[in-house]
Design a protein around this ligand. Structure first.
Ligand code: LLP
Length: 481
């Protein structure tokens, strides 16, 4: 095996978009996380998170994911017990972590009129939707399929907002018939089509226009959505004219304004800038005689993948609301569309080490989860911390640097690079911060059946999705005659 080096690999990006380094890639009592490259502006020192002495607060997902006497727990359930019962790979979620994250956003809006619309693309498991629906949440959807899921989970259609640049007529009809709360319209041509569909149903569709404020969210380019070059929203300069058109169309009813500038945002400035630009527009639109009932700030708040320290949701919203108060808009109806920040740190993916393969340039730790289960590293060079279910002890043997990779036949199938681990075949690892955009972006590539999903509440572990069978993966297929 290539020995573990005491150096931090040179390239690594922040904001959950880092490939090449790990909290556990540094020997000694502390981990140095340095950032470089296009999306990195910081060097950070984290508290010690070596497994043997991991502090409860240093683990992404803490305190809901924490070591107790050397075993990794989710709430009061030992992850190894979940793996034994349901096999690996398996996604495991903490209900308390989700509720705590939601609570932070709710606190930020205390005393205000707010509708939190969970952006369900982050994790669209029915039980997760049900949990948020029971807390009074609405949903931000981007397809007719997502609407069907919301309804199946007991969500209220009137609290649903429909975003996305490519809504089909069939989806518009479906959403109008269900009675959703608002369409976030992303282009002038979409306005015309929605007007057409609504008129044909004898309805008036409630609409917001999604504004593209041309603000840099300082995140990975693939998840940046509020810049001029992005496909999303209506250009700032075109917004008033677009509202005038919407107000003139008989099948539409203007209800709000909307903005979403990107995802995994770890600074508050882009939000504050976007709000300023949006409020300028509210002023201009209302001056043109079109009342704006609600203001939707979108989602995008980041989470901790790699020592990232995004603003706390309550602090962010409080600050934002102060700005709104100062400009006289504090008593409006507000909406937010958080996805990742409600679920990302609330989930892990447990995987088993299949093989350890030493190499001249790299050691590989081959696990049973792969890019079909955890697509973010392959898609965005994203960083997920990887820790053992059983904390390392001297008896585990020496630590070595590994690339943690899956069984899929692509070199892009990696889950973590240059990770310091003491592992043997049969050991189990937890890939952290896997509650958002993992299961929901999963696929069956290489005819790999999807993992089971388990929702933990205190000491109870509920199976919320059975492991798929291989037959399930080709259920819709037919042999040619
Ligand atoms: N609203 C709209 C209109 C969105 O497009 C999104 C995410 C959200 C809300 C929720 O954003 P969040 O709070 O989750 O950041 N697959 C990528 C993230 C894609 C985000 C797409 N839009 C990833 O794994 O990083």
């Amino acid at each position: 095996l290539r020995p573990a080096r005491a150096v931090v690999p040179a390239h690594r990006a922040s904001g959950g978009t880092a490939g090449n380094a790990a909290p556990n890639a540094q020997s000694g009592p502390c981990i140095v996380l340095s950032c470089s490259g296009a999306f990195c502006r910081h060097a950070r020192i984290l508290p010690c998170i070596r497994h043997s002495s991991m502090t409860p607060t240093s683990l992404p997902g803490a305190p809901f994911f924490a070591y107790r006497e050397g075993a990794l727990f989710v709430e009061d359930v030992r992850l190894a017990d979940v793996a034994r019962e349901h096999g690996t790979p398996v996604y495991v979620y903490s209900q308390a972590a989700m509720l705590a994250a939601l609570g932070a956003s709710q606190r930020g809006f205390e005393g205000r009129k707010v509708q939190i619309c969970y952006a369900m693309k982050a994790n669209s498991s029915l039980a997760v939707l049900q949990l948020f629906a029971r807390q009074g949440c609405g949903f931000d959807i981007v397809s007719g399929g997502e609407l069907q899921r919301v309804l199946a989970a007991g969500g209220e259609p009137s609290k649903v907002i429909f975003s996305g640049v490519g809504k089909t007529r069939a989806e518009m009809r479906q959403a109008l018939q269900a009675g959703i709360g608002c369409f976030n319209v992303e282009s002038e041509s979409e306005l015309e089509v929605l007007n057409d569909v609504a008129t044909s149903l004898g309805q008036r569709a409630p609409v917001s226009i999604r504004v593209n404020p041309n603000v840099d969210p300082k995140t990975h380019p693939y998840i940046s959505t509020g810049l001029k070059g992005n496909k999303f929203g209506v250009a700032h300069e075109r917004t008033v004219a677009t509202y005038q058109r919407a107000a003139a169309l008989p099948g539409l009813r203007v209800v709000g304004i909307d903005c979403h500038i990107g995802s995994q945002i770890t600074e508050e400035t882009p939000y504050l800038d976007a709000v300023d630009r949006m409020l300028d527009l509210v002023r201009d639109i209302e001056a043109a005689g079109i009342p704006i009932h609600h203001i939707d700030f979108g989602g995008g708040l980041g989470i901790n993948y790699n020592g990232d320290a995004p603003p706390a949701a309550d602090a962010l919203w409080t600050k934002l609301l102060a700005k709104l108060d100062a400009r006289g808009y504090g008593d409006r109806q507000f909406m937010i569309e958080p996805g990742r920040s409600l679920v990302g740190n609330a989930g892990v993916c447990v995987t088993e080490v299949l093989y350890v393969k030493p190499g001249e340039q790299k050691n590989f730790c081959i696990v049973d989860a792969a890019m079909n289960d955890l697509p973010r590293p392959a898609m965005y060079q994203a960083f997920h911390a990887i820790v053992p279910l059983r904390a390392a002890t001297p008896a585990n043997g020496g630590e070595h640097l590994y690339d943690v990779v899956g069984p899929i036949c692509e070199s892009g199938d990696w889950i973590g690079r240059d990770r310091r681990l003491a592992v043997q075949p049969g050991d189990q690892l937890a890939v952290l911060s896997a509650g958002a955009y993992c299961s929901s972006m999963g696929s069956n590539y290489n005819t790999r059946a999807r993992p089971a999903e388990v929702l933990v509440n205190g000491g109870q572990a509920h199976l919320i999705r059975s492991r798929e069978s291989v037959e399930d993966t080709f259920r819709c297929e037919k042999l040619a005659p």
